[in-house]
Design a protein around this ligand. Structure first.
Ligand SMILES: O=C(O)CCC(=O)C(=O)O
Ligand SMILES: [Fe+2]
Length: 209
């Protein structure tokens, strides 16, 4: 039996589609991936300009992907790093997991986020940059400490809620999730390293210098 057949799917929202899979990679692969990514990636802490002042982001990150998948983020153009073999293997596991669930998907870009502990975080946002297209599918893999990704509706049509993301889980944000909701990884009082990988498809033709 392969690890893939052990992964299980849970629906968190039907419309727009939000689903969580557990045991994406299996053990010891998932723990080995966490250790390897922590050690081997060139983690960056860029600063964002806000009200004329530079603020280092409250986490570390790496953009990775195909060379033509350039990405605009906070007004800057990022050229992604080349695929690390471990990240490419996780990407392929995500594509296989989705295919086994009857969903075809492709990814040419990933944002990796490294949160050293519960103080490190990501603020409210939607992944709705124009180069992602009108209805992107974003697949978020979590490794390490379990934390909740908090969702809130832009039109306040329902209550905010937490999607808990355990080690070796996959959260799939389907078409409409970015348009209708925002998400954030809020600070929590707890210890433990967490690395997330959010795989996307960046439309190469939409990028202009
Ligand atoms: O760390 C997470 O799970 C969230 C990351 C995220 O929202 C993003 O990369 O856009
Ligand atoms: Fe996001």
């Amino acid at each position: 039996m392969t690890q893939l057949s052990l992964s299980s799917r849970e629906t968190l929202l039907g419309d727009p589609p939000l689903a969580r899979f557990s045991r994406l990679l299996g053990e010891p692969a998932a723990t080995q991936a966490l250790t390897r990514l922590d050690r081997e990636l060139d983690w960056q802490r860029p600063s964002l300009r806000l009200y004329g002042r530079e603020h280092p982001i409250p986490r570390h990150q790496v953009w990775m992907g195909s060379p033509d998948a350039r990405y605009r983020y906070s007004g800057r153009n990022f050229c992604p790093e080349a695929w690390h073999p471990e990240v490419a293997a996780i990407r392929d596991a995500v594509v296989e997991c989705l295919a086994a669930a009857g969903q075809s998907a492709r990814f040419n870009s990933v944002l990796l986020n490294r949160y050293a502990d519960g103080e490190e975080r990501m603020g409210w946002h939607s992944d709705d940059e124009p180069e992602l297209g009108a209805a992107p599918l974003i697949a978020a893999v979590s490794l390490g400490a379990e934390r909740p990704l908090r969702f809130r509706w832009k039109q306040r049509e329902a209550e905010a809620f937490n999607a808990w993301l355990p080690h070796d889980s996959l959260l799939v944000m389907g078409p409409g999730v970015q348009r209708r909701l925002q998400h954030a990884l809020l600070p929590r009082r707890h210890r433990g390293l967490r690395i997330s990988l959010t795989f996307r498809w960046v439309h190469p033709s939409r990028i202009h210098d």
